[in-house]
Design a protein around this ligand. Structure first.
Ligand code: ZN
Ligand code: ZN
Length: 258
């Protein structure tokens, strides 16, 4: 008879496998009388745990924690611990403001836009936004988290600031970056004109020259001339800019006044 009251005598050999998990069951087998394997049911070796052994002397829950966190007694890490485990604090120092120190770089998954992503409170969030929320408070609706350092992967809380979309755009323009569509003006590699040419076009159009003639002379389309003179592009260059009123709206108001 087996020694343990709960144990039963089996005929399984040491190579027996759990039917479901296809995992060796040898850890649950002990050699019984006459050299036969005996399955022994024991309690989890963690003090006070009422569950039965699954692997390495632990129940499935304690085994899971050992597997995942390296310690059967380890609890689930907090969101902060999970977050900062994915951050490298040896990032580059931003060139335009070296005084704020090096960036803390997100090293885990990213959005195609280049911002890191993190599951915060069960929702997929931008890593820089998550950093702000963990350090400060939730971000009110309509406000954005922006970077002083311009590094999308940076999650260092003191490199971040909260602002509206236009704050962010203003910040980007002040640092010489376009709002999402790349550099503006001559810095844009696709630019067809220079700032001086734009000024010349505006002045000459204002003086009464026709857009078609200007387009031919400068080797651009009439659409570009129209964008230049209405300030839809090259607004920062200055010069006489015509009202941005939609032509049809202007026509309608003219018709109404007649
Ligand atoms: Zn246990
Ligand atoms: Zn930074």
């Amino acid at each position: 008879m087996p020694k343990h009251p709960l144990a039963f005598r089996g005929i399984m050999s040491g190579t027996a496998r759990c039917v479901n998990a296809r995992r060796p069951l040898t850890h649950l087998l002990e050699l019984g009388e006459r050299g036969l394997a005996v399955k022994v049911t024991r309690q989890c070796s963690i003090e006070g745990c009422p569950d039965l052994v699954r692997t390495r002397g632990w129940c499935s829950s304690h085994y899971y924690h050992w597997q995942k966190y390296g310690d059967p007694l380890a609890g689930r890490p907090s969101q902060e611990e999970r977050f900062w485990a994915k951050v490298s604090k040896k990032g580059p120092i931003p060139k335009h403001c070296p005084g704020i120190g090096e960036c803390w770089i997100w090293t885990a998954a990213c959005y195609p836009s280049g911002y890191g992503m993190f599951y915060l409170n069960g929702r997929l969030t931008g890593a820089h936004v998550a950093s702000w929320i963990l350090a400060h408070s939730p971000v009110p609706r309509g406000l954005h988290i922006c970077h002083h350092c311009d590094n999308h992967l940076c999650v260092r809380p003191d490199h971040l600031f909260i602002g509206t979309r236009s704050d962010n755009m203003r910040d980007m323009h002040s640092k010489g970056r376009g709002g999402g569509r790349g550099a503006c003006g001559e810095r844009n590699g696709h630019a067809k004109l220079t700032g001086d040419q734009v000024l010349a076009i505006r002045h000459r159009f204002d003086a009464g020259e026709r857009g078609v003639a200007l387009a031919t002379e400068f080797g651009i389309t009439q659409n570009i001339v129209s964008r230049v003179v209405t300030g839809a592009s090259w607004r920062h260059v200055g010069g006489p800019i015509r009202s941005l009123d939609h032509p049809r709206r202007a026509w309608r108001t003219r018709k109404e006044t007649v």
